[in-house]
Design a protein around this ligand. Structure first.
Ligand code: 48H
Length: 259
């Protein structure tokens, strides 16, 4: 016989454990797109306490839909070794292009993240950073429906040694940080530069170059890195996002270990 109240209690206990274990993190990553998921998985595999916050119901960001809803993505040779870590099947084409099924790829990234120990919170929107002693030291989170409905409900705070904006095109968190604090970022003008139009070749390079610590303990990856630093967009080619995630992992690991 099934006991409904037991079902509820099990869900509440399990969720609250995840939430409580995430109040003091090594790395807090905002956005469960490809760059955020790669960085989070690699950090968790090294034993760091990592959480990823995703405002939507389904993690995965912009990878599910391929190009214009044709659910295939293109990845260039340089990024294949990253995809291989996630056991994604690839089809090789001439001139060093590879394609893979975007649903297989996205679900593999999500599955690996959770399997590696990443605490993945979907339906949670990050609305602000915690800012103390001139550095970023955490995140302010709320339920996505609360934010959508404009309900006057206060958020809660989590602390983290490093924080990363992996929110994709809007680079929402970095934008909010600059607006609220007026701090100078590691960008050409010191401010929020804004994304440039389409140029796949440049955009792919820039998304990796722009992956960095743009303020104390505050990193950016993927499209958010190009949004903040003024890089081009690149359409449905995902090698740059995967390489950005791996670079972000290396940078955050070094920062956490240095203390
Ligand atoms: C919680 C949030 C919040 C918030 C947003 O866009 P993404 O897939 O991110 P990337 O940078 O890893 O990948 C970009 C890629 O998908 C893409 O868009 C490309 C290659 N475009 C090229 C082009 O020319 O168009 O994922 C970001 C995730 C999303 O799932 C958002 O829902 C989530 O972040 N998010 N989560 N709190 N405040 N804001």
């Amino acid at each position: 016989m099934l006991d409904d109240s037991k079902v509820s209690a099990l869900i509440i206990d399990a969720y609250f454990k995840k939430l409580k274990d995430s109040l003091h993190l090594d790395a807090a990553i905002v956005g469960a797109g490809p760059s955020g998921l790669v960085a989070a998985t690699l950090l968790a595999k090294d034993g760091f306490n990592v959480a990823v916050y995703e405002s939507k119901l389904a993690p995965g960001g912009g990878m599910w839909g391929g190009g214009m809803m044709f659910n295939e993505i293109v990845v260039q040779r340089e990024a294949i070794e990253v995809l291989k870590m996630f056991n994604v099947r690839l089809k090789e084409h001439e001139d060093s292009y590879f394609t893979c099924d975007s649903v297989e790829c996205t679900s593999a990234l999500i599955n690996s993240a959770v399997n590696s120990g990443v605490k993945l919170f979907n339906l949670v929107k990050v609305v602000d950073t915690v800012f103390k002693n001139d550095s970023v030291c955490g995140l302010v989170i709320n339920w996505t429906p609360v934010e959508h409905m404009g309900l006057h409900v206060d958020p809660i705070t989590v602390y983290s040694k490093v924080v990363m904006d992996a929110t994709g095109h809007p680079a929402e968190l970095a934008n909010t940080l600059v607006k609220k604090t007026g701090v100078k970022l590691e960008t050409p003008s010191g401010g929020f530069e804004g994304e440039k139009p389409m140029n796949a070749e440049e955009g792919e390079k820039q998304t990796v170059e722009n992956t960095k610590e743009i303020y104390k303990n505050f990193f950016v990856s993927g499209m958010a890195a190009n949004g903040v630093c003024g890089g081009f967009r690149m359409g449905p080619i995902f090698g740059g996002m995967l390489l950005s995630g791996r670079k972000a992992y290396n940078l955050m690991k070094e920062k956490i270990e240095r203390g």
